[in-house]
Design a protein. Structure first.
Length: 217
């Protein structure tokens, strides 16, 4: 399907921003953008099949707010997370959504509300939501995307994400080995968090007798 790429991503947890900067020498200089975000996950049964369907609202530091529809396929990695990924801007609707086609829905919608209505019509209802802020950038010498993410609700509220993009699974597995070596060279293997943020959120919302999670499907 047009537009699908493979994301290859790992993350490391830190107690403080200062410790993150000290541990990853190129991190601070690479983080050139800031934004806050809110992400809502849809389709609980898709999530349980190791897929991700989300709508994210990004509020950028320049005052621009954008809304995106995103989908991720099942994880194919071992050290890193390797997933097929699609992201589509739906701030002003969308003319031909590959994601909605993938889900068996109508691809054309006039605005964000109509996209949400279509997800619900397809029985992909919202079931969890979280918010946070990011600083992000790109480190050219290693061709790596970097993100410093702060989200208070997660078990590890401060995460550094390191990501590469691939066109094929073979290329993705090569990038996975690159990330694993980089993490080892930095002495951070023991701090790697295998679970992705939505999984960490789900764990938070489903743990304990006073679970915040309420299934809406």
């Amino acid at each position: 399907m047009a537009g699908i790429s493979l994301e290859v991503e790992t993350r490391v947890q830190f107690p403080t921003v200062e410790e993150a900067f000290a541990a990853i020498p190129f991190l601070k200089e690479s983080l050139i953008r800031e934004n806050s975000w809110t992400t809502i996950y849809y389709g609980h049964f898709l999530f349980l099949k190791d897929q991700g369907l989300r709508i994210g609202v990004i509020r950028r530091s320049n005052g621009i707010t954008q809304t995106f529809l995103g989908w991720k396929g099942p994880d194919q990695g071992n050290f890193a997370n390797i997933r097929e990924e699609l992201d589509e801007e739906i701030t002003c609707g969308i003319a031909d959504s590959h994601i909605l086609r993938l889900l068996g829905g109508k691809p054309h919608h006039a605005d964000t509300a109509a996209v949400i209505d279509e997800l619900i019509r397809l029985n992909h209802r919202p079931f969890m939501e979280f918010s946070g802020n990011n600083r992000s950038g790109f480190y050219e010498p290693l061709q790596i995307h970097l993100k410093l993410m702060h989200c208070p609700i997660l078990r590890w509220p401060l995460l550094v994400e390191l990501e590469k993009t691939a066109a094929t699974l073979e290329e993705a597995k090569f990038h996975q080995s690159e990330l694993e070596k980089l993490i080892a060279d930095l002495g951070l293997t023991a701090s790697v968090v295998r679970e992705e943020p939505p999984t960490l959120l789900y764990q938070t919302l489903t743990s304990g007798p006073d679970s915040l999670f309420q299934r809406r499907d």
